[in-house]
Design a protein around this ligand. Structure first.
Ligand code: 6GU
Length: 237
């Protein structure tokens, strides 16, 4: 999958993209991430990409022209662009469901804002999706873009060593992960539950399911309610 990123800080991506899973996905050719400096498509000699908001107000906005020029340079035309995600705190919250949908695309374009945001005509004419990574404010879209890239990349065929592990984890069936242990069986007075050492795979599976349900109920009541509704359990509250 090719992912183009328009950003004022293309160098910022070098670290996150080179490490571990993303680094291997890129070396193996499964993932082709291309961060582009938005200033490349600025037209004046100061390479200006921002300007004051019409109507007044604090801060600066990113101008529309460099985004449109970049899209036309990369894809030939606006119509020919891939699924285009603007990273913004006003966007739809990123969920595993949306990550799965994005991972099914042949290519993506991620647009990173800075300052007070991006001219509305970029949202209106270029964005197919507007995505937030949570209810807090970041200084720009770069960290959020890296979140999208990593979440999408691990779902691409061949990226995770064991294909089933991508699906067994939290959110795949709407529950948080059950607790896991490795050796030693006894550590600083804390021991591994006997059931996990019993060799009884049926009881282990049932224990894990119970733990996942209980953790979700206490830690994420919002997810728990949704899970219960999907499983048709009677309401107790
Ligand atoms: Cl996508 N951008 C910014 N600037 N802040 C955020 C965000 C995105 N998602 C959560 N907070």
């Amino acid at each position: 999958m090719r992912i183009d990123v328009l950003t004022l800080f293309p160098d910022w991506f070098a670290g996150p993209l080179d490490a571990s899973l993303l680094g291997r996905a890129r070396s193996s050719g499964i993932l082709d991430v291309r961060p582009h400096d938005l200033r490349r498509w600025a037209t004046d000699r100061h390479r200006t990409v921002d300007d004051l908001p019409f109507g007044g107000g604090a801060g600066m906005l990113l101008k529309p022209e460099p985004f449109f020029a970049a899209v036309e340079a990369l894809y030939g035309s606006v119509e020919n662009r891939p699924r285009t995600v603007v990273l913004t705190p006003s966007g739809q919250r990123l969920t595993q469901r949306l990550v799965q949908a994005l991972a099914g695309e042949p290519a993506l374009l991620l647009l990173c804002g800075r300052y007070e945001g991006i001219d509305e005509r970029v949202h209106a004419a270029l964005a197919t999706d507007e995505v937030s990574v949570g209810d807090y404010v970041l200084a720009g879209g770069e960290v959020a873009a890296a979140v999208v890239i990593e979440a999408v990349a691990r779902l691409l065929p061949g990226v995770m060593g064991n294909d089933s592990s991508a699906h067994e984890e939290s959110f795949a069936d709407g529950l948080l992960e059950y607790p896991q242990y490795t050796r030693p069986a006894e550590f600083r007075g804390m021991s591994v539950p006997d059931i996990l050492r019993s060799g009884d795979h049926g009881r282990v599976a049932a224990w894990r399911r119970d733990q996942a349900v209980e953790r979700t109920r206490t830690g994420r009541p919002d997810l728990y309610r949704a899970w219960r509704e999907r499983h048709g359990a009677p309401r107790s509250d």
